[in-house]
Design a protein around this ligand. Structure first.
Ligand SMILES: Nc1ncnc2c1ncn2[C@@H]1O[C@H](COP(=O)(O)OP(=O)(O)OP(=O)(O)O)[C@@H](O)[C@H]1O
Length: 305
């Protein structure tokens, strides 16, 4: 499989079967250098399976995969050192102090990486500087998660995998983490593959969104592309003769014009809404599950009393 210069990840026809259950049924993914991609999908869609195959932790059933130009099944230590992977197993190292663990891990990267992060630099980056001397067992859930991310960053990875990175973060920590992701992608040119169930987070962080459902990619595009795909339609809400009504239509301006041409009295509380990413996501997954193509025109819907 040929890999373009800027392609950090490429899968073609990726398949994964657990026993008789086929979880991935031909997944095609491409991720360019410096891009932040959010992989979304319902529980059990195969996101973690995909990520683990890309990380080289799981052997695929079929299909072509290249990560940083290498088939992950044949990735050596030098290849692995170019990846940043957030694992949770560090929680077992509860007796270690935070700075001590990061310094220790940094030394593993020296044969492969020009300048791994210094522990203090990394602690500042992830907002754990105040806890440098704390034992890992004494950190809160959110602080441990930041440590997990710090550990993934030690070797200044070219490609960072973040599997549900902000679970357990308070809103402030989440905001800081989002700034960190922007900094890594904009300043360090780190390529990032993120899985999350937090659609606001996906919208804030991702250049591109891929939705997996039923073992295939059901949508791939910028958040704006996806919104256009499910909804060339907008919702027009209004109250007429004291009753609340909703129309879904492709041309809300035309609809409103007609509405007023027919009856310009008695229409109040007029509101036009385009769908947010959570709504787009749910529409795409629902349409996939119902077997109807996402582009299918939707009927005008009127809720009448
Ligand atoms: N080792 C395994 N053996 C058998 N089945 C597995 C194994 N790992 C995952 N599965 C199954 O494969 C499917 C996909 O799992 P996966 O964890 O990849 O989904 P996911 O999209 O990450 O889900 P979630 O959003 O719940 O984390 C699920 O039905 C799961 O039960």
């Amino acid at each position: 499989m040929e890999l373009g210069n800027n392609l950090v990840i490429e899968t073609r026809g990726l398949r994964m079967r657990y026993g008789s259950t086929e979880v991935l049924r031909g997944v095609d993914l491409r991720l360019q250098r410096g891009e932040v991609l959010a992989l979304l999908g319902p529980n059990g869609a195969g996101k973690t399976t995909t990520v683990e195959i890309l990380e080289g932790f799981r052997t695929r059933s079929a299909g072509g995969v290249r990560v940083l130009g290498v088939d992950p099944e044949r990735g050596d230590d030098a290849w692995r050192a170019r990846l940043g992977i957030v694992l949770q197993s560090w929680r077992d190292h509860g007796g270690w102090r935070v700075r001590e663990l990061l310094g220790h891990l940094g030394r593993f990267y020296t044969p492969y990486v020009d300048s791994p992060y210094r522990a203090d630099e990394l602690l500042t980056l992830v907002g754990l500087a105040e806890h440098a001397n704390a034992r890992i067992a004494t950190l809160s859930g959110g602080q441990r998660r930041r440590l997990d991310v710090a550990i993934a960053l030690v070797g200044r990875p070219e490609l960072l995998f973040l599997d549900e990175p902000t679970v357990g973060f308070d809103p402030h920590a989440r905001q800081e983490f989002h700034e960190l992701v922007h900094q890594l992608s904009d300043v360090e040119e780190t390529t990032i593959l993120l899985t999350t169930h937090d659609l606001d987070e996906a919208e804030k962080l991702a250049d591109r969104i891929v939705i997996l459902a039923g073992g295939t990619v059901v949508a791939d595009g910028t958040p704006a592309d996806l919104a256009r795909r499910v909804a060339a339609e907008a919702e027009v809400r209004f109250t007429r003769d004291g009753e609340r009504r909703v129309h879904t239509c492709a041309d809300p301006t035309g609809f409103v014009r007609q509405l007023f041409a027919r009856r310009d009295d008695g229409v109040t509380d007029l509101e036009i809404r385009r769908p947010s990413l959570p709504e787009v996501y749910l529409a795409l997954v629902r349409e996939f599950e119902s077997g109807r193509p996402a582009e299918a025109p939707r009927e005008l819907l009127e809720v009448s009393g």
